[in-house]
Design a protein around this ligand. Structure first.
Ligand SMILES: Nc1ncnc2c1ncn2[C@@H]1O[C@H](COP(=O)(O)OP(=O)(O)OP(=O)(O)O)[C@@H](O)[C@H]1O
Ligand SMILES: [Mg+2]
Length: 243
């Protein structure tokens, strides 16, 4: 077995005849932190959404370990429990409490008992600093608190991979740091992280690898020091100077 948790081969995606991902090839190493940067409209979210099949690919393969998850016989809720996602807009269940948001997946998808799910949820809510809020309705939380709950919810599924799509972009500036700190705190070698972000300092600090996308393509790919200091790629440098 190789050391890749996700393998993407010749992936293309179009919407209404417009090609938005062009022949993407990418391997994600188990236990690594990969950040994806690039201008608006470059295809970052679409790529993440293809990785957990929220979006169907037009052609090519997405392998989770050895399984091509683009094939029709794949159990998608099982795959999405292995490849969890944290969204810019939180996507929590507003009618449920903080605790229930974290236990519903483990109960319904992983078939854990209520007791086991509660115990697990409390462990991860503590990790993100949200244990004091477990009985609150999520509508009463700040954006930063909601995103910390969304991170705990993802962890409760015991995933192999967590995808983050601009997790701090809809937050007020004073809350960005608390969420980035929680993300740093949950990074571990047991889980592979793929993070779309505009937070360049964060990307530089936490990444094993940074991918620069532009116009539906992977334009540059390398260690943070290469991407931020040594690459001569003009499209990349223009982007970095702008942000
Ligand atoms: N459901 C959809 N239907 C039609 N076009 C779409 C759809 N989703 C995305 N697109 C188009 O695909 C392209 C890539 O979009 P995507 O959201 O992946 O970019 P992005 O890099 O995440 O941008 P941003 O930084 O603004 O989030 C854009 O041109 C977008 O308009
Ligand atoms: Mg996006």
């Amino acid at each position: 077995m190789d050391n890749n948790i996700i393998t993407i081969t010749d992936l293309s995606k179009s919407f209404d005849g417009t090609l938005v991902l062009k022949d993407i090839n990418l391997n994600i190493r188990k236990g690594s932190v990969t950040t994806i940067i690039g201008p608006s409209g470059s295809g970052k979210s679409t790529l993440l959404r293809c990785i957990n099949q929220l979006e169907e690919v037009s052609s090519g393969g997405v392998f989770f370990q050895d399984t091509n998850i683009t094939e029709s016989n794949v159990n998608l809720s099982k795959i999405r429990s292995k490849i969890a996602m944290v969204f810019q807009s939180f996507n929590l269940f507003n009618n449920l409490s903080v605790l229930e948001n974290c236990t519903i997946g483990p109960i319904k998808v992983l078939n854990l008992s209520k007791e086991q799910s509660n115990e697990r949820a409390q462990q991860f809510l503590e990790k993100v600093g949200m244990l004091p809020f477990i009985n609150r309705k999520v509508t009463t939380l700040s954006g930063g608190q909601k995103q910390r709950v969304a991170i705990a919810r993802a962890l409760c599924m015991d995933p192999e991979v967590i995808l983050f799509d601009e997790p701090t972009s809809s937050l007020d500036p004073e809350m960005v740091q608390e969420v980035l700190d929680v993300m740093r705190n949950v990074i571990s070698e047991d889980i592979s992280f793929i993070v779309v972000t505009h937070e360049m300092d964060f990307a530089f600090d936490v990444s094993d690898r940074v991918i620069f996308m532009d116009n539906g393509e992977i334009v540059e790919d390398g260690e943070p020091s290469y991407i931020f200091h040594n690459s001569k790629n003009q499209r990349l440098n223009k982007f970095i100077n702008r942000v």
